[in-house]
Design a protein around this ligand. Structure first.
Ligand code: PMP
Length: 334
């Protein structure tokens, strides 16, 4: 008899892909968790499911209730799919600089969408603060409940990554994993996977790959929250320490320039047939840097957060890249 699987049942359990070129460059085995194969196309499907299930268990959400969230897009896509499957409504607040592909996808999925100017976190109109205000208003009006998903501070986020992403990595590598590294948006992935792997083996090295424009690298260096430069990668890089990162101790941290991350994306697509977005490029460059630090013979895992198709208008748009003096291969210009 066929299994009666529904959308929430097919989130996670993604393949662990061997990244050939990154491995050959370093003499290590580097793997990427293919999170772009989740039904909503990103790692954030897991967070969406974790947050909604936790809210249900806490009695905060009844059928017909509303979920409000501020997101660079992927969490909104995951939340809306899970909400559609389980009978909730979604209100999604996004910065105007999010890729048009993600905006169009959210419209298609039927989310109530609000685009706000991309302003610093310190500004009261930042998308995260806007989502909080809207959620408070809706909570007073909705008879079935309204929650603010608050993915940055909601620990259900890192818990689902501990219970699923981290455990899967341990199983898929047969416990032969020396290092894990990724960038941080909310920190749910990094902190959750770190917890799961260290529970199995406290010697696993945990690393942060921080994009330019993010303040976490300097925070972990002990020099305060300072950012320099900028990145076109979406969904990663923060100017504050999210609740999901609290208590996390790192073994390694690096800062990755878009100039180094973008060639990883183009080479991976052209030579290995794997299409990923900007944050995965930062992650792979981070894994290469960590591999060089650890030396040959180690196994390092990172996250392929979403697919390149989500950023066709940016990462595969020569005009966009040229204007920003970013490197791109001749074959995308055709
Ligand atoms: N990459 C992309 C494309 C994302 O949307 C996100 C989520 N913000 C991340 C990476 C970072 O994941 P996390 O929130 O678990 O730190």
């Amino acid at each position: 008899m066929a299994h009666k699987q529904q959308l929430p049942d097919v989130i996670g359990n993604t393949p662990l892909l061997y990244l050939r070129q990154a491995s050959e460059l370093t003499g290590c085995d580097i793997y990427g968790k293919a999170e772009f194969m989740n039904p909503g196309g990103s790692v954030k499907d897991r967070t969406a499911l974790g947050i909604i299930r936790a809210a249900e268990q806490a009695g905060e959400l009844q059928p017909g209730g509303v979920i409000v969230e501020g997101t660079a897009g992927n969490t909104g896509i995951g939340l809306t799919l899970v909400a559609n499957a389980l009978g909730y409504e979604c209100v999604i607040v996004m910065p105007q600089n999010a890729s048009e592909e993600k905006v169009r996808q959210l419209e298609m999925l039927g989310a109530e969408l609000l685009l706000v100017p991309a302003v610093p976190y310190s500004d009261a109109h930042h998308y995260i603060h806007t989502a909080e205000r809207i959620a408070a208003g809706r909570a007073r009006e909705e008879s079935h409940g309204a929650i603010w998903a608050r993915q940055f501070d909601n620990l259900a986020n890192r818990q689902i990554h501990c219970d699923t992403t981290g455990r899967e990595i341990w199983q898929q590598t047969g416990g032969k994993v020396d290092g894990f590294i990724c960038a941080v948006g909310t920190g749910g992935t990094l902190a959750g996977v770190a917890q799961a792997l260290r529970e199995q083996n406290p010697a696993v090295k945990i690393g942060l790959a921080d994009p330019m424009g993010s303040a976490l690298y300097s925070h972990f260096q002990g020099t305060g929250l300072q950012a320099e430069g900028e990145s076109i990668a979406e969904g990663i890089g923060v100017s504050f320490v999210p609740g999901n990162l609290e208590g996390l101790e790192l073994d390694y941290a690096c800062r990755i320039d878009d100039d180094d991350a973008l060639p990883m994306i183009y080479d991976l697509l052209k030579n290995e047939g794997i299409s990923v977005g900007g944050s995965a490029g930062i992650n792979i460059a981070g894994a290469v840097a960590m591999a060089r630090e650890l030396g040959p013979g180690h196994t390092i895992v990172t996250i392929l957060c979403d697919a390149g198709s989500r950023y066709q208008s940016k990462l595969f748009n020569p005009e966009y890249l040229w204007k920003r003096k970013l490197p791109y291969p001749h074959w995308i210009a055709n």
